[in-house]
Design a protein around this ligand. Structure first.
Ligand code: ZN
Length: 408
C-alpha cells in the first residue's frame, strides 16, 4: 500500500514536471508566477519543481523579461544546448544520424552506408558503429546525451522497440531497442520512419499548426505517418499508413511485397528509374543518355532529377507523371482520413517543384468536394533529415508532455 502511494506521488510529480517543462518550452522565457497561473499548479509546487529542473540543468534563469519598473523579473527558459539527443533514420542503403538539442536544432549530422541485405547482426553492428563514431566525434560530451531515437523503415513495434519487418532487408524481429540500450545505457525509442518524419514536422517543421496531419515519406519505398488529434496512429498491428502498398493498378508492375501495381511501383525512387530506363531503351531522346554514357544500369532517380533540373523535357515529364501517381495515393489518403495537411518528404521529395504540378492536378480532378480538392499539400521543411530529427522527438516527448497528457 505504501508502495502504491509512493508510486502515485512519483507519477504525479513526473507529470507536473513534464507539464512545467513543456510550458517553459512553448511559452518561455516565462516567470514562475505565470507558470502557476497557466498550469493551475500551486506556486510552491511550481517553485519546488523548478528548483529541481534548475539543479538538473534542464532549465536556466534569465532576466531578459520586460520590467514594469523596479527589478527585472526572473524568467525561466529551457537550457536547450545543455543536452542532446541522437536520432537515426535507417533507410535501405544508408542511415542518417543526427544530433539535436532540446529544441530540435540540428547540431551534427552524418551518413553511414548500410551493407546490401545485411543480417540482423550486421545491421545492429552498423547502427552501433555509427552511434559510437557520432558520440566520439561529436564536440558534445557523452553524459549530455539523454537518449537515442530510431526511425526504421517497415513495420515497427514502438512499445517494445522491435523492427517487426524490414522489407528492404528481408529481415524480421530485430530487437533494436534492447540491443542499443544494452550497449549505450540510455533511453532508446524506435518508431517507423514515416511516423518519425511526421512527428518531426509536427514539432519543428511544416506541421505545427495541424493536429490532423499525414506525412508521406517517398524514398526507396513509400510510407505514411498518420497523426490524429496530435497523436500518431498505429492501427491494431502497426500497419496503418502503409500506403506504398495500396494497389493503384491491378495490372501494374510487381512490387517487393509480392502484389502487383502498388503505389510504390509507380512513384518511389527505384520505380522512377525503372520507368525511365524502359522508355529510354525505346530510343526516346533525353539528356540522360549523355549523363550515364549510354549505360542504362546507371540510371537512378537522382539522375532523372538532375536531367530535369537541366531542362530535359523527357525527365520533366517523367517526374510530372510521378506527381500524378503520387496524387492518386494522396487523394486516397484525403478520402480515407480527411487530414488538414499532407506533408511530402523523403529523397524523392527533393524533386518537389517537378512533382507538385502533377500532384495538384490529380487532387483537383479526383477530390470529392471543393474542401477535399483544397487540402493543403506541402513539402517537408526538415528535408533529408526529417525522419532522423523526428526520431529525436521520440525522446523529447518523454520530457515534454502537454496539459492534456499528450505530446505537443
Ligand atoms: Zn507492394
Amino acid at each position: 500500500m505504501t508502495k502504491y502511494t509512493r508510486g502515485s506521488f512519483q507519477l504525479m510529480k513526473s507529470i507536473n514536471r513534464s507539464m512545467i517543462l513543456n510550458m517553459i518550452r512553448e511559452k518561455g522565457p516565462i516567470s514562475r508566477a505565470e507558470i502557476a497561473k497557466q498550469t493551475s499548479l500551486t506556486p510552491p509546487t511550481v517553485s519546488n519543481i523548478v528548483k529541481e529542473l534548475i539543479h538538473t540543468e534542464f532549465v536556466i534563469e534569465t532576466t531578459q523579461g520586460a520590467s514594469k519598473g523596479g527589478r527585472k523579473p526572473t524568467l525561466l527558459e529551457i537550457n536547450a544546448d545543455n543536452f542532446y539527443i541522437l536520432g537515426i533514420d535507417v533507410g535501405r542503403y544508408k542511415m542518417n544520424i543526427v544530433v539535436t538539442n532540446l529544441y530540435g536544432a540540428l547540431k551534427d549530422e552524418t551518413v553511414i552506408p548500410i551493407p546490401d541485405y545485411p543480417s540482423k547482426e550486421e545491421l545492429i553492428h552498423s547502427m552501433k558503429e555509427g552511434i559510437h563514431s557520432m558520440l566520439n566525434s561529436s564536440s558534445h560530451k557523452r553524459d549530455k546525451f539523454v537518449g537515442i531515437g530510431v526511425g526504421m523503415h517497415g513495420i515497427v513495434d514502438p512499445v517494445n522497440g522491435i523492427s517487426l519487418f524490414a522489407p528492404s532487408f528481408h529481415l524480421h524481429d530485430i530487437p533494436i531497442k534492447e540491443e542499443l540500450e544494452n550497449d549505450f545505457q540510455m533511453i532508446v525509442k524506435v518508431e517507423n520512419d514515416a511516423r518519425t518524419m511526421t512527428l518531426g514536422e509536427y514539432w519543428f517543421g511544416n506541421g505545427n499548426d495541424s493536429d490532423h496531419l499525414v506525412g508521406v515519406n517517398v524514398g526507396n519505398g513509400i510510407g505514411a505517418g498518420v497523426m490524429i488529434n496530435g497523436q500518431l496512429f498505429h492501427g491494431e498491428h502497426n500497419i496503418a499508413g502503409e500506403i506504398g502498398h495500396v494497389t493503384i493498378d491491378l495490372s501494374g508492375p510487381k512490387c517487393t511485397c509480392g502484389n502487383y501495381g502498388c503505389l510504390q511501383t509507380f512513384a518511389a525512387g527505384p520505380s522512377i528509374a525503372e520507368r525511365a530506363k524502359k522508355e529510354l531503351k525505346t530510343g526516346k531522346p533525353s539528356l540522360i543518355h549523355e549523363l550515364v554514357d549510354g549505360d542504362f544500369e546507371k540510371v537512378k532517380g537522382e539522375i532523372v532529377y538532375q536531367a530535369a533540373c537541366e531542362g530535359d523535357a523527357f525527365s520533366i515529364e517523367l517526374l510530372n507523371q510521378t506527381g500524378r501517381y503520387l496524387g492518386i495515393g494522396l487523394t486516397n489518403l484525403i478520402h480515407t482520413l480527411n487530414p488538414k495537411r499532407i506533408i511530402v518528404g523523403g529523397g524523392v521529395a527533393n524533386a518537389d517543384h517537378f512533382l507538385m504540378k502533377g500532384i495538384k492536378e490529380t487532387i483537383q480532378t479526383r477530390g470529392l468536394t471543393a474542401k477535399a480538392k483544397d487540402t493543403s499539400i506541402i513539402f517537408s521543411k526538415l528535408g533529408n533529415y526529417a525522419s532522423a530529427i523526428g526520431a529525436c522527438v521520440l525522446v523529447l516527448e518523454d520530457f515534454f508532455v502537454s496539459e492534456n497528457g499528450g505530446s505537443s
